[in-house]
Design a protein around this ligand. Sequence first.
Ligand code: ZN
Length: 384
Amino acid sequence: MQDNCITIELRLPGLLVLETKEEERWIEAAVRYEQEEADCPRCGHSTWQVHQWHLQHKRDAKLWGKEVWLALFKRRFRCRVCGEVFTEPDPHCGRGRRTTRRLRKTVARRAEEATVRAVAREEGVSEGLVERSWVEEHAVVSAPTRPHALLGLDGFCVRRPGRMWTGMWDLETANPVAVVPGERQVDVQRMLERHACRDTVRAVAIDLSEPYRQAVELVLPGALIVADKFHVLALAGRALHEVHGETRRPGNLAWLLQRGAEKLSLEQRRRLLDALQADPSLARSWGLKEALREVYRKRSQKEAAAALERWIKEAGGSGLRPFERTAATLRKWHREVLNYWHYPITNALVEGKHNRVKVLKRRAYGYRNDRSFLLRILNLIHTD
Ligand SMILES: [Zn+2]
């Protein structure tokens, strides 16, 4: 350590300050972990042999009103027993993180009293970081009492301009596991890495979302992916709506078309039949919608596979653009649709919660920001 450097007390135990530099608006501290040895993650033996050093820059909480940056000299060790090369642990930041836990805790706590935007400006970090930190602090609703085996992933809209979040649910207990802002592969991947165990998860029900599928395949290669039944059926419902064009209102034709045929009264069925007879392409669309529901009534996967194949061919050659598109989608998700016969799981049991979230969302217009709204959502989920 140099004599002429300003001494700052970082209060990050285990980190050795090698040098500090102070400027008008920021402080940089060159640091490394004190510990001379690390345990090999493969065989467990302790090793001191450094294979490589590299430098990482991490943001820490402000000090004296100045931004603090850590220049962290990190080691890669080589295990002297099994030869494994591994990076030393970084408990103050966490694996792959570019900020210290302390900074994330600080901004999360600030966000209890101020808006996300104000906190971001004050700390000189992005709004995304404040939001993620806040979620990190609050969103893990409960530690699992037993390991998750069946999970559900689905997107829901939180912010007023239509920002999507992703929720993860334990489908056996119907308890939420975590929520995360965003619905990109990287968002979902990180959530799965933190909360889903590769050894215990057997199946995951998901929306028909390519990023979700890729995230699950990467993090949980042994889990079966099940295309959520209600999202699959909704595709046909949407296609039918596109063909017909009318907005659904209780009792009108659009409503009759969408409703399951078995739930209609005699009088309603007569009205529906009259409309279908008058319009052949509407009749065709309605038939396709009902036929897809029929696929899900098959007892065995083999029967379902045959029925689905027939449906895709028929819809694909129907000359009805919305159904042709649906056929193409289902061809891509063919395997995941049929996995339902291995694990008949759906996110339907969390849909009820989403409806309550929607009601809350409507009320949320009066709120100062999304954070207080989110708190209410999380409370709601928590007490369910
Ligand atoms: Zn080893």
